[in-house]
Each structure stands twice: as C-alpha cells, then as structure tokens.
Design a protein around this ligand. Sequence first.
Ligand SMILES: [Zn+2]
Length: 153
Amino acid sequence: MADATTPTEPLLPPTIDKDGAPFWEYAAQGELRIQACANPSCGELRCPPRPCCPHCQSFEAEWQRMSGRGRIWSYVRPHPPLLPAYAAQAPYNAIIVELADAPRIRLVGNLVAAPDAPLNSVDPDRLRIGAKVQVAFTDVDGIAMPRWLLERP
Ligand SMILES: [Zn+2]
C-alpha cells in the first residue's frame, strides 16, 4: 500500500478531449474561455464543451473570453479515503465557482492563497458561499490549471 505522505505522487491530470481542448489551449495563454454557440441568433454559452448547441442544435461554436471573476456557489472539504497526492494535502477544498459573466456556468476548482500554493493553503474555515473569487493559472505537469483566489484575501 502506498504511503499517504509520498510527495512524488502526482495530482490527477484533467481529461482533455477534442471538444474541451481549446479550453486548455486558452488556459495556457492565461485566458479563461467558455464555449459558446456561434449561431448569431443564439449565442448561448455551454459547459462542459460539446459539439452541438443544446438550445438551437447548431454545430457552430466559438470560445468567449471571460473576465475570470466569479463567486463561490458551493464547496466541499474532501476527507479520507483519498488518493495519496490528495491525502497529503488534506484537509483542502473543492469549490464550485459561478462565473460573473455567465451565472449559469459553474466550474469546479480549488481555492488557494496564491496561484502556485498547495491545495490546503486556505484555511477551510474561511470558505464562504458567495465569496468573490478570481481565476489564476498555475502549471501542473505542463498543463495550465485554473485555480481560484479570493478577491479580498
Ligand atoms: Zn445555439
């Protein structure tokens, strides 16, 4: 059995498929973009990315840049049993962020004290639903991972 404190165990990488690949390409440029319908009479944002618009069934899509601002819509404090890399950082948080530019779009992530800070860098007692957050990107094994910072730390 793996030692729960093994620091070399990596965090799980995101699964990057064809539909979602642009999200990660823009993230690598420091941009938070959400897929949108490119039908001029529709324009609905959608997440997770997919080939077809659920509102008008158009296959035309574009990626709209978001401000990167949002608020904590919900959160959890994961507890063991956890994979070793996560157990080493517990207790940490997983938050759901509602985007300021698109209140129906919600992203799952982690609230951290600085872009490169560990997942447990924010005291769980400081988590508040409605708290304003701002995205920041950090390199995790070559992938620009979105993390979230409190607007007022
Ligand atoms: Zn549409």
